[in-house]
Ligand binder design. Structure first.
Ligand code: ZN
Length: 138
């Protein structure tokens, strides 16, 4: 069995952002040489997410509005976690949007459903954050 590990780094210009990282994961898959197996992609930070969904800008604005209703950033004082930090909302948003995606690898390709793409969701950005890609298979 082959095993491949790669770290991707993202630094967004805004506090919150959604980035389609599918091409980066496909590059990692190519480098791995794996044809049949599994690909795990996970945020290595507790205020960022990796999830699979549609690459449609209206939907991304809907995610932003929905998450702001569930866990509004402001006022910072509404959260017990805030004090030294101001990112309680980002922890909550990360929990809702998830830590990781696992995608099957079939015939050397990511085996997606219709319109599926892999996204990095940033909720407390403007600094380097890591994403792990771990690929196992043959
Ligand atoms: Zn925090």
């Amino acid at each position: 069995m082959k095993s491949y590990r790669e770290i991707l780094t993202y630094n967004t210009e805004t506090r919150r952002a959604y980035i389609n990282i599918t091409r980066d994961v496909e590059e990692a898959l190519k480098a791995s040489g794996v044809r049949e197996g599994l690909c795990l992609v996970n945020a290595m930070n507790i205020t960022a997410s990796v999830f699979v969904n549609d690459d449609e800008s209206g939907l991304h604005r809907d995610f932003e509005r929905w998450l702001e209703k569930l866990a509004p950033e402001n006022p910072h004082s509404q959260y017990d976690h805030n004090g030294f930090e101001d990112n309680a909302d980002a922890h909550l948003k990360r929990t809702i949007m998830g830590r990781e995606a696992v995608v099957a690898i079939t015939n050397g390709k990511l085996d997606f459903g219709t319109w599926e793409q892999i996204f990095y969701g940033e909720f407390d950005g403007m600094r380097d954050k890591r994403v792990l890609v771990k690929i196992i298979g043959e």
